[in-house]
Design a binder for this molecule. Sequence first.
Ligand SMILES: [Zn+2]
Length: 254
Amino acid sequence: MMNAVIRRANKLGDLAFNRMIKDTIDYGTSTIDYTLEYANRRTLGIKVYPDKTVQVIAPTDSAMPLIKEKILSKAAWIVKQQNFFLSFFPKTPPRKYVSGETHLYLGRQYRLKLHEAAKKNVKLYSGYIHVYTPSKTDKKQIKKQLQEWYAAKAEIHFKQLFEENIFRSKAFYSDTPTLQLRWLEKRWGSCTKKGQIILNIELIKAPKKCIEYVIVHELCHLAHFNHSQAFYQLLEKTYPDWKKTKDRLERLMV
Ligand SMILES: [Zn+2]
């Protein structure tokens, strides 16, 4: 029935008519969103793109239940492809804060598991970020709890990494720098002339090595308050791995 409508619309050449069907299929805890198009071909084709979108192209007269069955038989592969791309290209679409959705923490993907509970809590165990919350549909509240959890984790890990790397600045900075955490819009970190290093809490989603790189980068700004050649020379000397680590951070998070 749906095929007929699509074909008739195509014949009329009515471009305003959406020839692409958007649909969703549930697979375990994952939800696969896909677009479906029909083409003059014999087999069903599935493509997974780096932005996680899934395109299904089906033979013109295939019936919907059969198409769904075929997608489901490929679901494990689709999810695997999506996660593969994510580690390089997580220009994550706006989060929906539903069970099964992936969220990054220290460079790894974790799925959300929502639990209805009177007492609010967030816990990481057995590969899931468990969110205990009064209402599983209150996305605003879930987002808030997650952000608080990220901020608390950042407090622990950033502090530790900061302490571990502060010695590197001894060679070019005589005072003891201090650390502050904030949610920043566009930067991973910054530093003030008074020796205060500010780190973006968002960085808690990146691998520890990348967090360390941002800390050292900011420490080097204590000697050179710019991105001059002298700054990069100091960075190179202080943290020879910086380029590789910066690339990794940008691949993962930008
Ligand atoms: Zn900088």
